[in-house]
Design a binder for this molecule. Structure first.
Ligand SMILES: Cc1ncc(COP(=O)(O)O)c(C=O)c1O
Length: 430
């Protein structure tokens, strides 16, 4: 992971890298090229039947409804956070077509410099560029992706203030995409103190919160410590694998600035998307009340994501590739920096993009280079999304979800075998 902090001006090349690699994978498969899809961060699981039923039941509801989302949905979202010890007024909740849209509206409303962890999810920097916010990339503590290292953030906040453009906000990802790690409560606490000192809004992206592999691992939301300055974003795309349904929720601070920010986001939302799709809101309202079948499904998904991420981690470890142990979601972030000389000598690989291209061209393995997540081109790290190993059909995915030993399922074991062979080839073990 990079060690320095830098202010960046991000340029938008093509469609977002995660969506681009997904489309490339589909084109390769359509052309008959076998491809192991580790590039795209989709949860890769079938939709819970109770959700399909509720969506169908609401199919005739075609009204726009309130910009902030229907009351049932906002109440259910408030209940979701209440059960996580974050008492929430439904009036402070806003629903949108995916949390991505809500994050965009937040950045648009902020219209000021924002600090991001490095590496971080592809869209934060890209969205900041779209709305003209300056971004400061701040390295994280080792194995604590998603949260800028507090001391470094302190230094960046001072530099930004000295430049006459003080930081307005910091974004955190708990647990993290791309590293699959979870920052410790101590780091989150230090971050909240700094936010207080430098008067920063904290945007806490908790879309993977329910997918921390070990539910016993302590999870601290900054909203518990800095309630007046924390916005949480979340949604159903990851815990219930509903990415294509486009439903996200944001919880605004119960403070005067929090209410003003919410009103500003609603103005933007009203001009961009009006309201999330009405039938989806109704199905989501049911899901967010977390009846037993929803809780069971999320628990089964969490278990599967953990098992397959650990199996992938074992493959990386066997090839001697450094990576932080995965703790949440379905991501791994191997770093081949230690093999730099060999990769240059054997394969002329000097950048993350060359590394990802080599894996795709030679072994049919789709990944994303670290540069997609804000790191330098020369950083020889990749993001792997292990959820794509569950299979290409709903049958296989359902089987993986319920199998006592999913890593032994032939299609998962075979793909991991191919990854193992590719890594051995790469590092010269083959
Ligand atoms: C860290 C993070 N935040 C937000 C999102 C966006 O999720 P959605 O817009 O589907 O709610 C994603 C999706 O990949 C993500 O990885």
């Amino acid at each position: 992971m990079i060690a320095k902090s830098m202010a960046t001006s991000f340029t938008l090349a093509s469609v977002s890298p995660t969506l681009a690699i997904n489309e490339l994978t589909a084109r390769r498969r359509a052309a008959g090229l076998p491809t192991i899809a580790l590039g795209f961060g989709e949860a890769g699981l079938p939709v819970l039947p109770g959700l399909v039923q509720r969506l169908a039941d609401s199919g005739a509801r075609a009204e726009y409804g309130p910009v902030s989302g229907i009351p049932q949905l906002r109440e259910a979202a408030a209940g979701y956070w209440d059960r996580r010890q974050l008492a929430t007024d439904p009036e402070l909740v806003v629903a949108g077509p995916g949390s991505k849209s809500l994050l965009y509206a937040l950045l648009h409303a902020l219209a000021g410099p924002v600090a991001l962890p490095c590496p971080s999810w592809v869209s934060y920097a890209a969205q900041a560029a779209l709305v003209g916010c300056r971004t400061w990339l701040v390295a994280t503590r080792p194995c604590e992706g998603g949260v800028p290292a507090p001391q470094r953030l302190d230094a960046v906040a001072r530099r930004a203030a000295a430049s006459g453009e003080p930081l307005r906000a910091v974004i955190l990802t708990l647990p993290d995409n791309p590293t699959g790690t979870l920052a410790s409560p101590a780091t989150v606490t230090a971050l909240c103190e700094l936010a207080e000192r430098h008067d920063l809004l904290i945007i806490s992206d908790e879309i993977y919160r329910d997918l921390v592999h070990d539910p016993g691992l302590p999870f601290l939301s900054p909203a518990a410590l800095a309630p007046d300055r924390t916005v949480i974003t979340s949604g159903l795309s990851k815990n219930l694998a509903l990415g294509g349904w486009r439903l996200g929720v944001a919880r605004f601070p119960d403070s005067e600035p929090g209410r003003r920010l919410r009103a500003h986001v609603l103005r933007i939302a009203s001009e961009l998307w009006s309201a999330p799709a009405q039938p989806v809101q109704r199905a989501a309202a049911w899901a967010l009340t977390e009846p037993p079948e929803v809780r069971e499904r999320v628990a089964a998904s969490r278990r599967l994501h953990g098992i397959v991420a650990r199996a992938t981690s074992d493959v990386l470890a066997a090839a001697g590739v450094d990576h932080p142990p995965p703790a949440g979601a379905f991501y791994l972030y191997p770093d081949l920096g230690a093999q730099r000389e060999r990769l240059a000598a054997a394969w002329s690989i000097r950048t993350g993009t060359e590394l990802a291209t080599w894996l795709l061209d030679r072994h049919g393995i789709a990944t994303l280079p670290a540069s997609a997540f804000g790191e330098a081109e020369t950083t020889l790290a990749l993001r792997l999304a292990s959820s794509q190993l569950y299979g290409e059909t709903d049958e296989r995915r359902a089987c993986a979800l319920h199998d006592p030993q999913p890593r032994e399922l032939p299609w998962i074991a075979e793909q991991l075998q191919v990854v193992a062979g590719a890594l051995d080839d790469l590092v010269g073990k083959a």
